[in-house]
Design a protein around this ligand. Structure first.
Ligand code: D5M
Ligand code: FE
Ligand code: ZN
Length: 491
């Protein structure tokens, strides 16, 4: 049989097409290469849901195209590890919010509206709006008598939000006082209903009847329209999350497949230089009641050793960045430091493994990747209308607009009362990665690639009970030169 009919035979059987230019090369290939190359390309491309064999595939697999050199430059731009020093109690909380307010106000400074923002005490008649929250008092100074009328722009953190029949009532506070506003217009009402407690917001207000003020517009800090940074060479970053090593439901076989793909001759895999792991790398111990029944490795030491065994399969040319999740050892409250050294075991010795805190900002060939485990998604799913676990990027988009990864203090997500709010998105990322909800989704917002990297753990009993359907065993490969992404399936 001719090379051509052999190749076509394989392709046809698997529902694949072979590009004519690829076929020209295959025709001349040695017969033993032919079988190996075609079969492996069918296998690798099927993982990417690509049912064609291209010229580039064949050239790469036969080693004909000398791979162009690929940069693998990285820099950790922000890591909370070693910077956490939370003050306890009310003082810390006051300082946290003061820091948040200051950072957010500075972020807003470039906007055209910024100049017209007034302190709340100048707008609300003295005594009319109530005192500033006690934690702000020491920072604010009351400003003369209230002007009371007309339109005014104010800014502050949301301290109350209630759906009141026809309107949404919101209370915001700055350093000088607090103001209650009601939203009636449909668009403004919707924006008000989506607000998260403690998030920073700018409100255009007008005087209503009596002392009440009406919200005319709700403005979020948002991210500016801008060009994405891109890598000059075609390096790939691969995104995964929520391995849950130690759990009986960790998909070890699939993860091994994934690691061997990274080391394979596949045209994409060969260009991978970075592996970004979004937290919950181990299942942990004592994270939820009766967890021991669902563990294979019952101690953190064994779990980290197993994780090391898995990461040892990742080629050395790949730099691995791991942030902390809520199942990982160390502090639970955000911002989380990196997994403490005493737990790292053999992983501590891996040159290419970088343990970072949560959230962290890393530059990969100049492309800024904000890594955040995603704990706050749980809180937001509960309070924001129209969102769900299987569409996490909708929430990620809102977090980008709020310029904060976890605004609400005192909800399910624990937040440490740090004197600096390290959860503010001061830099605009090019890529925003989360995990935690175990549902993979990729989307774009204003030139930011949003990636929820899913999981490598099968559905847990808890998730089945609440109707959460995870999408395990998928890696997201992002071309850092074009910022185009693709899924690679291992199930
Ligand atoms: O969380 C995976 C997802 O499941 C995340 O959305 C939280 C949710 N989850 C898991 N366990 C619980 C309990 N016990 N209560 C409420 N929500 C839960 P992971 O961080 O991987 O456990
Ligand atoms: Fe998880
Ligand atoms: Zn988690």
């Amino acid at each position: 049989m001719s090379n051509e009919s052999v190749a076509l035979g394989y392709a046809l059987k698997s529902g694949f097409q072979i590009h004519p230019a690829a076929m020209d090369i295959l025709k001349r290939a040695a017969p033993h290469d032919l079988k190996r190359v075609v079969q492996s390309l069918i296998r690798e491309n099927a993982k990417k849901r690509v049912y064609e064999i291209s010229l580039r595939d064949v050239e790469a697999a036969l080693g004909l195209s000398d791979d162009a050199p690929i940069d693998a430059k990285y820099e950790v731009l922000f890591d909370p590890t070693g910077r956490t020093a939370s003050a306890e109690g009310a003082d810390g909380y006051a300082a946290l919010f003061a820091s948040r307010f200051k950072k957010m106000r500075a972020l807003f400074a470039g906007r055209p509206e910024a100049k017209s923002i007034k302190p709340i005490s100048e707008v609300v008649p003295v005594g009319g709006g109530g005192a500033a929250r006690p934690d702000f008092k020491s920072f604010g100074q009351a400003q003369g008598p209230g002007e009371g009328g007309g339109e005014a722009l104010v800014c502050g953190l949301v301290s109350e939000r209630a759906l009141d029949g026809e309107s949404v009532r919101v209370v915001i506070e700055d350093m000088t006082g607090q103001m209650e506003v009601s939203a009636f217009d449909e668009k403004v009402r919707e924006a008000a209903a989506a607000l998260l407690l403690d998030q920073f917001v700018v409100v255009r207000t007008a005087r209503g009847r009596g002392r009440a003020r009406i919200a005319k517009e709700i403005i979020l800090p948002d991210i500016p329209d801008r060009k994405q940074a891109k890598s000059e060479t075609e390096a790939y970053a691969v995104f995964v999350s929520d391995l849950h090593v130690g759990s009986k439901l960790f998909m070890e076989d699939e993860f091994r497949e994934f690691a061997s793909w990274l080391g394979s001759e596949d045209g994409t895999a060969r260009k991978v230089r970075f592996l970004m792991v979004g937290g919950d790398v181990v299942d942990g111990v004592g994270i939820y009641p009766n967890q021991e029944k669902e563990l294979i490795q019952e101690t953190l030491e064994e779990q980290l050793a197993k994780l090391d065994e898995m990461l040892a399969l990742v080629p050395d040319r790949v730099e691995v960045f791991i942030i902390t999740g809520n199942h990982d050892p160390g502090r639970r409250a955000l911002p989380q430091p990196a997994i403490p050294e005493k737990y790292r075991g053999p992983l501590a010795g891996r040159r290419n493994v970088h343990m970072l805190g949560n959230p962290a900002l890393v530059s990969l060939n100049g492309v800024k990747v904000l890594m955040f485990h995603g704990q706050s998604i749980d809180d937001i799913v509960k309070t924001m209308p129209g969102v769900s676990y299987d569409r996490p990027t909708k929430i990620m988009k809102y977090l980008l607009m709020a310029r904060h990864v976890s605004p609400t203090y005192g909800a399910m997500t624990p937040i440490a009362p740090e004197s600096e709010d390290m959860l503010v998105m001061e830099d605009v990322p090019d890529v925003f990665q989360t995990g935690h909800v175990h549902c993979m989704e990729v989307n774009h917002y204003k030139n930011v690639v949003m990636i929820n990297a899913g999981t490598w753990q099968k559905q847990t009993a808890f998730q089945a009970g609440v109707g959460m359907t995870p999408t395990p065993g998928i890696a997201i490969a992002l071309n850092l030169r074009t910022l185009e992404s693709g899924e690679v399936h291992f199930t």
